[in-house]
Design a protein around this ligand. Structure first.
Ligand SMILES: Cc1ncc(COP(=O)(O)O)c(C=O)c1O
Length: 396
């Protein structure tokens, strides 16, 4: 039944009605924004179907009809190792892998495994909101080295980064590619970050969930792939869920080459009660990494054309906004500060006048104020409507 090796024609233009599917993005708006008459371009999932081979693999498994306890097979590990080699030129060994329901649970586990309450964990704001929540919910302290926006591109202030590290940081929580700043960190930047962490004996937790969402001329580099000595103090967190739009399936993996770190993580995972991936997580992960390459290439091309549309349209229709061109991910970070609106006013206008659900920048920590984040992993028709509504909210 599974169409192995057969190229599927993919039409990302198809508008799929996601209402009443328990979708957070579509059905969760009322709870978050207080109304459900909005066009949702917020939560970071796609409005696309995943690769047909993944759907076929689900169907085959459903048709089997028995859903007992599930093991992780060598075939799954091989599919992951092959994927990281093909896509990221990174040779990993299957024994380095740990599995988890998600990158967020993995970060929680790492925090509990390697820090104590009150310890400092370093982030680079503006950054993915749950980074702050995960640190605070574990009673750890946020240390922050804000990114610097220079000529429309975010950079790292290495002097500040080192100063923060020298003040007793235990973990550096990296986002690469960076959500929401859209940077795909370069070799020189990653090397400098890793060398500084090594100098101050700081563990790196590298959240690379957006790794696959990068197209030429940019190239994702797993930090741990740069040098064996970096791999020794780095936990790399990856997943097929962003890449192939499978977030509801809840499945991810970690690459932890250092045996002591890996054992500690496994012990803490076990103490949290985690023992296995759910059946459909394992099925989806293997099918996606084995057969999803063509689908992903098509999705990346489609998303890039959506990004280009947003850039061009906003450039000509709403010139007071500055679009930060994303080097990776499908999330477009837009600087609205020239409008001179407060965050509350910006939000009110976009929700009430534009009837558009976006993520608002002040949730991403210092430096996010006055920005919005728009998710363009959706049919072009939605992007066109989203920009039209943004214009109504902010210009008309
Ligand atoms: C940087 C980053 N990390 C983690 C996640 C969520 O990971 P998971 O669903 O695997 O817990 C997201 C989702 O948007 C993200 O953007």
């Amino acid at each position: 039944m599974r169409r192995k090796g057969v190229r599927q024609l993919i039409n990302f233009d198809v508008n799929i009605d996601r209402k009443d599917t328990r979708s957070m993005k579509w059905d969760g708006m009322k709870k978050v924004f207080g109304r459900d008459d909005l066009l949702p371009m917020w939560v970071a999932d796609m409005d696309f179907r995943p690769p047909q081979e993944v759907i076929d693999a689900f169907r085959e498994r459903v048709d089997h009809g028995v859903f007992g306890y599930t093991i992780v097979t060598d075939r799954l590990a091989a599919a992951i190792c092959n994927w990281t080699k093909m896509r990221h030129d990174w040779d990993i060994r299957s024994e380095w892998l740990l599995y988890s329901p998600g990158v967020i649970p993995s970060v929680h586990t790492a925090i509990q495994a390697f820090t104590k309450p009150g310890d400092k964990i370093l982030v680079q704001s503006p950054v993915y909101t749950p980074f702050f929540h995960m640190i605070e919910r574990n009673s750890r302290e946020v240390a922050n080295s804000p990114l610097v926006l220079k000529n429309g591109r975010y950079e790292i202030d290495f002097e500040d980064f080192e100063e923060k590290l020298s003040n007793g940081v235990k973990i550096f929580l990296l986002s690469n590619p960076h959500n929401p700043a859209g940077r795909v960190w370069e070799k020189e930047e990653l090397t400098r970050l890793a060398k500084l962490c090594k100098k101050y004996n700081v563990l790196i937790v590298s959240d690379e969930i957006h790794a696959d969402l990068v197209a030429a001329p940019y190239k994702h580099i797993p930090l741990a792939s740069l040098d064996e000595s970096f791999a020794d103090f780095t936990l790399t967190l990856m997943a097929p869920t962003k890449t192939f739009n499978l977030a509801g399936v809840q499945a991810s993996f970690m690459v932890v080459p250092n045996k002591n770190l890996r054992t500690k993580m496994a012990v803490v995972q076990a103490s949290e009660g985690f023992s296995m991936l759910n059946t459909f997580g394992a099925v989806a992960m293997e099918a996606a990494y084995t057969h999803g390459g063509n689908w992903l290439d098509g999705a990346l091309k489609y998303i890039r054309s959506n990004i280009d549309y947003v850039k061009e349209e906003i450039g000509s229709q709403i010139p007071l906004l500055d679009v930060i061109d994303p080097e990776g991910t499908y999330l477009v970070w837009i600087d609205c500060r020239k409008l001179g609106l407060s965050d509350a006013e910006l939000k009110k206008r976009i929700l009430e006048k534009g009837r558009l659900a976006l993520n608002f920048g002040n949730a991403y920590g210092p430096g996010g104020e006055g920005f919005i984040r728009m998710n363009v992993a959706c049919p072009k028709e939605t992007v066109i409507e989203g920009v039209r509504r943004l214009k109504i909210a902010l210009v008309d």
